[in-house]
Design a protein around this ligand. Sequence first.
Ligand SMILES: Nc1ncnc2c1ncn2[C@@H]1O[C@H](COP(=O)(O)OP(=O)(O)O)[C@@H](O)[C@H]1O
Ligand SMILES: [Mg+2]
Length: 258
Amino acid sequence: MKKLELTGIGHYFQGKKGSVPVLDHIDLHVNQGEFVSLIGPSGSGKSTLFHIIGGLIQPKSGDVHLDGVKVTGEKGLIAYMPQQPALFPWRSIESNAALGLEVAGQDRSEALAKAREWLVKVGLGGYERELPHVLSGGMQQRVSFLRALLSPQELMLLDEPFGSLDALTRQDMQAWLLAIWEQNKRSILFVTHSIEEALFLSDRIYVLSNKPACVVEELTVPFPRPRVETVLQDPKFQELRHYVQGLLRRETTTHGSH
Ligand SMILES: Nc1ncnc2c1ncn2[C@@H]1O[C@H](COP(=O)(O)OP(=O)(O)O)[C@@H](O)[C@H]1O
Ligand SMILES: [Mg+2]
């Protein structure tokens, strides 16, 4: 189990016309075994924050701690599903899905066997030996999701994992993610555009402002687990959905005013 803590994360990109501030003093945490979502306007800096947590970008200020140890800028400590599937075009689909297991030192044939078992579950049976280019965007996203799911690190970052899936596949994926998470309680930080998805899956939600992003609200989701679809009809669910929608609407109609 892993606890993630971000303190005072600030970042800007150097552009032709000067520096563009993207993250403004972000403080957030994911407790051991907790499922936390980030929701915020497009372009607010969510993927940048994930790159920082994954050690791919060094933040201009602030630190990342895992279980109390400072790991700012260190790679390889988390299971990470990027917003773009980023599959290796020369590796077969099964070998792409098994990558996280292999990198972690699991025997290759065992890793592939596990990947094959899961490819069938996510509706990709028959594609195991093909190359990624034969898959649609949504299918590639499922392979990328499996790669993160099968990676052994106890903290998992998922950047809009179900964004390009149709509604039914999306529901299946959500159900798998919840089932797996409820079995072994990894810590999850999840980016989504969907307020319903965030409310359905999470223990807590951070709502981010426009760029430069800061945390405008942190809410605890009160519904018991295991979560079932009927929670969507709960009046409290609708109330929270409207509340978050209001916060986001305020962000998309004001620009950089904080
Ligand atoms: N490597 C980069 N160089 C310059 N600007 C970038 C870079 N990566 C992201 N940005 C800018 O930072 C802002 C936040 O991007 P991003 O983190 O992808 O937002 P989100 O994931 O919330 O949609 C955007 O305005 C984007 O154009
Ligand atoms: Mg993004």
